[in-house]
Design a protein around this ligand. Structure first.
Ligand code: HPA
Length: 275
């Protein structure tokens, strides 16, 4: 099967260059990539060094796996994720997350920048995902099922592990962060949503909106990883403020809260890594 072979080729490509077994995989969202430099780095591999690997093109995305220790826990950090709007197949978009699992990570922490739909959210807030709406994008599991990874019709009743959610809450509390919680809706991008789309997403039960994460969480759950995810609310979603949406605002807000983001993620890794 083409996709499985591609995964195995990439895995082999990494394992030829890197000897490190991560316990936790971490995906860094827009503007949040600086965390990769804060860990105790052991090895790093640029995506373009891995044959067959989809390479990201967005500004602010570096594109590499960093292997090392955060809070003493062995982690693999994906700095610069791959987005569907870049033109990749969904199966390529989730390839890095699958690789993290195949490299040995049992836990996956996803992060992203998102627009706030819930009116109690302010730019700079962190929202822990309790669930998601991924109907705006194709499922990453479309196509022949890779039975070596998981089953054809996987359950999605608890995408974001209740156990990890409790760890995230405790970690936020010990960092003095007023953590928000809610449902994330994934749209394809790259355009921001219209105000009508945001009203629709709110009626559907979404609290935040973005262009990543849900598809990765689905692929990770398919292969049995335990997942948690955090959005950095970088802006109010379309129609909720007079401001036009732009990537600069997203970057600026993410930069402003980078230090608390890094403390929170480190604390989560410390607590999740104890298990
Ligand atoms: N919409 C979609 N994706 C985003 C947004 C938004 O408002 N902000 C940051 N990523």
């Amino acid at each position: 099967m083409a996709m499985y072979k591609k995964l195995m080729d990439c895995l082999e490509g990494i394992q030829k260059k890197v000897c490190f077994q991560p316990q936790i995989g971490l995906v860094l969202g827009s503007g949040l990539g600086g965390f990769a430099e804060k860990i105790q780095v052991e090895q790093a591999i640029a995506f373009e060094q891995i044959a067959g690997f989809p390479v990201s093109t967005v500004e602010g995305h570096k594109g590499r796996f960093v292997f090392g220790y955060a809070a003493g826990v062995p982690v693999v950090v994906m700095q610069g994720r791959v987005h569907y709007y870049e033109g990749y197949q969904m199966s390529d978009v989730v390839l890095p997350v699958r690789l993290m699992g195949l490299l040995g990570a049992k836990t996956l922490i996803l992060t992203n920048a998102a627009g706030g739909i819930n009116e109690t959210f302010q730019p700079g807030d962190f929202m822990m995902l309790t669930d998601h709406i991924a109907t705006g994008v194709p499922s990453p599991l479309i196509g022949p099922n890779i039975a070596k990874l998981g089953e054809r019709f996987p359950d999605m009743g608890e995408v974001y592990s209740r156990r990890l959610q409790e760890i995230v809450r405790t970690s936020a509390r010990s960092c003095g962060i007023d953590l928000k919680e809610g449902v994330y809706a994934q749209f394809t991008g790259p355009n921001y949503e219209t105000p009508a789309e945001i009203r629709m997403a709110r009626v559907w039960g979404a609290d935040a909106v973005g262009m990543s994460t849900a598809c990765e969480a689905v692929a990770a759950r398919h292969m049995g990883l335990e997942v948690c995810a955090i959005s950095c609310i970088t802006n109010l979603a379309a129609g909720l403020s007079k401001q036009q949406l732009d990537h600069k605002e997203v970057q600026e807000t993410a930069d402003r809260v980078a230090a608390s983001f890094e403390r929170l993620v480190t604390e989560i890794i410390k607590n999740a890594g104890k298990a």
